[in-house]
Ligand binder design. Sequence first.
Ligand code: PEP
Ligand code: CO
Length: 395
Amino acid sequence: MNQHLPLAPADWQPGDWRRAPAAQQPAYADVTALEAVEARLRDAAPVIALAEAQQLAHAIAEVAAGKRFLLQGGDCAENFDDAIGMRVANLARLFDAMAAPIEARTERPVLRVARIAGQFAKPRSAPTETRGAASLPAYRGDIINGQGFSGPERAAEPTRMIQAHIQSVGTAATLAAARHGQPPIYTSHEALLLPYEEALTRRDSDGRWWATSGHFLWLGDRTRQLDGAHVAYLSGIANPIGIKCGPSLDPEALPALLDRLDPGRTPGRITLIVRLGADEVEAKLPPLLAAAGNRGAAWIVDPMHGNTEKVEGRKLRRYDRILAEARAFFRLAREAGIVPGGVHLEMSPDAVTECLGGGGPEGVADLGRAYRTACDPRLNGDQALQLVTDLESSL
Ligand code: PEP
Ligand code: CO
């Protein structure tokens, strides 16, 4: 399976990923049902307009050049029971509130990109979850299976892709309407569930292929194998893309990954999203910056995913570690002569209690009050605002 060779862009097809090993994919029991869903999605409406994805790429080129600041954030995972109108309005308000101190400090306009309108599929560290004597497939996000701990809920159900698509179209339209006359908020998600991404890929009149599932798609830390299916898919689409850079990323492997995903070194094509953790960032970021620094990619920090702990069976993140990694990122990038371009956060405008400190819950016992995330702990609105305030002197 590893004989997958890079294809000339002219030959690339949205289904090429099928010839490469695909990590983190669900096992669909009913292949006929899966194919019926794929056929429906191939004829379905795009979630985003291609011209907007192109605009976003131009704006990200300005992030790399130090002329804009990229603020990317939102839920770890969206859910089918999300109250769309309220969520969009509240998240938009949070973006604007966070942008104000950043713009005042940096004099750079804030480019807003939400984890929304497609952020439904989750990579998991373990394929199964065990409770007592029972083991079931892990929850992989509402686009794949259900959170309830029962066999039927945890079975991968292809029609969930249809529901995710309908919700994404509605969310993107709500977001666009809410931003009428204001700086846009672009959509983004992890390009994880490849049958869904393939089916929503469309060709423009210039012959370029685009993911229409979102403006910006990122490659997750668990799916960035050079010869893997996710890289094969993302190599062919023209959207701006992100690459999560976790502690296992070998600096010597980074140039080949960038060559594969961005052979033309197109400005705005690549955003490197550093998520090394507060403990590892000092040692591991400088070699990554040196390996990729002069290629014109944008660099931002995700100080969430490298700082996750498990306490009493529940995931938590500490504000102080989030702040420490973010501060280190800005300092180390500057020391390397590279523009630190922004931040990527898991955050909710709601008063959730999922991360400790920063004005939020003080102790583990306080987390239970409003621990509502479907996957990872998010900063609440106050903590997210506190973070950009505490970061001001580093920006
Ligand atoms: C995420 O952004 O939700 C995520 C799973 O990130 P990573 O791939 O960096 O772990
Ligand atoms: Co997450």
